[in-house]
Design a protein around this ligand. Structure first.
Ligand SMILES: Nc1ncnc2c1ncn2[C@@H]1O[C@H](COP(=O)(O)OP(=O)(O)OP(=O)(O)O)[C@@H](O)[C@H]1O
Ligand SMILES: [Mg+2]
Length: 298
């Protein structure tokens, strides 16, 4: 009898420990997803603030190009005038002409005239790039986190690709077959976070150079998204664990092991599914299926 009591006590203690551990893990996971949401909001806020000044810098650059062209036109005529005047009657105007010539040489005017267009073009190009980055950041982070929205998943994928492009561009050839799909009722910012996690994992699985293939298609009343890579693949014994919080095969400080568990949670909250197929040494495919209408339309 004592024995049974002991067994029960041990079992109770073990179960309690497990429950505590599960609670701790889900708290950590919650903190992580709150942190991600905060970072997203911060990024969107900063992007929004930069958007205005970048807008007027770009518009002023356009005007400046016109003004500089006007200056150059007038200066060219003045130079002709100076040449004509000094040929005719150098002496009468010489103090002014000499001074102009001195300034012209000191300031390297011919070089400035040549360089100014290049500088303007480079600056306009830079401002345009800043504007593009801001737009990508905004469409990626989507400040409408809390609201269900009907969005084009293909656009979300494109926006996410631009955000993770730096991680992909050196190693991956990205192939896209984005189908003609209906809009999906979803939390766009969160879905983009899923695409980002899966894409970054795909890139990290590729050692030297490989392919990432992204496909979307409509299937019944769902949209299916497939993200495949030709990376190292997942060991069969790991397949059932990759969605577990904190499961990672990446070195300390490299992976938290939260990417897929958060993604799994996000897809579930959309009443969708996320599955994986993998062949060691060949590659991995993640298949996400999302209902067009979120069933729990709270
Ligand atoms: N495309 C993939 N190819 C090979 N292994 C993968 C792939 N995607 C996920 N995995 C495996 O699943 C594990 C868990 O992935 P998950 O995204 O949850 O965490 P992580 O990438 O290790 O860390 P984090 O996402 O926090 O940086 C990875 O460590 C890796 O072993
Ligand atoms: Mg990851």
């Amino acid at each position: 009898m004592d024995n049974t009591l002991l067994v029960r006590a041990v079992r109770y203690a073990t179960e309690r420990k497990q429950a505590e551990k599960a609670l701790q893990e889900s708290q950590k996971q919650l903190m992580q997803s709150e942190k991600m949401a905060c970072i997203g909001q911060l990024a969107a806020g900063v992007a929004h603030e930069i958007n205005n000044p970048v807008g007027f810098v770009m518009s002023n650059m356009g005007t400046l190009v016109g003004y500089v062209a006007a200056f150059k036109e007038v200066i060219a005529e003045y130079e002709k005038l100076a040449a004509a005047v000094s040929n005719e009657d150098g002496d009468a105007h010489s103090p002014i002409l000499t001074r102009i010539e001195e300034i012209r040489t000191r300031q390297e005017l011919p070089y400035i005239m040549e360089d100014v267009d290049k500088l303007l073009a480079e600056s306009a190009d830079g401002a345009e790039r800043i504007r593009d980055i801001i737009q990508n950041l905004r469409s990626f982070a989507r400040t409408d986190e809390g609201q269900l929205k009907e969005v084009d998943i293909n656009q979300g994928i494109e926006a996410t690709l631009k955000i993770v492009w730096n991680e992909l561009k050196y190693k991956c050839n990205v192939h896209k077959t984005l189908g003609d799909i209906p809009r999906v009722q979803c939390y766009p910012g969160r879905l983009n976070q899923v695409f980002m996690n899966v894409l970054v994992n795909a890139a990290q699985a590729i050692e030297e150079r490989g392919d990432i293939t992204i496909e979307t298609e409509a299937l019944d009343s769902s949209v299916v998204i497939r993200i495949a890579d030709t990376g190292r693949g997942i060991r069969p014994e790991h397949l059932s664990r990759i969605f577990d919080p904190f499961f990672t095969t990446k070195g300390i400080g490299k992976g938290t092991g939260l990417g897929l568990s958060i993604s799994h949670g996000i897809i579930e909250s959309h009443n969708g599914t996320i599955h994986v197929q993998s062949q060691l040494g060949k590659g991995t495919t993640f298949t996400i299926r999302l209902p067009i209408k979120a069933a729990n339309d709270e």
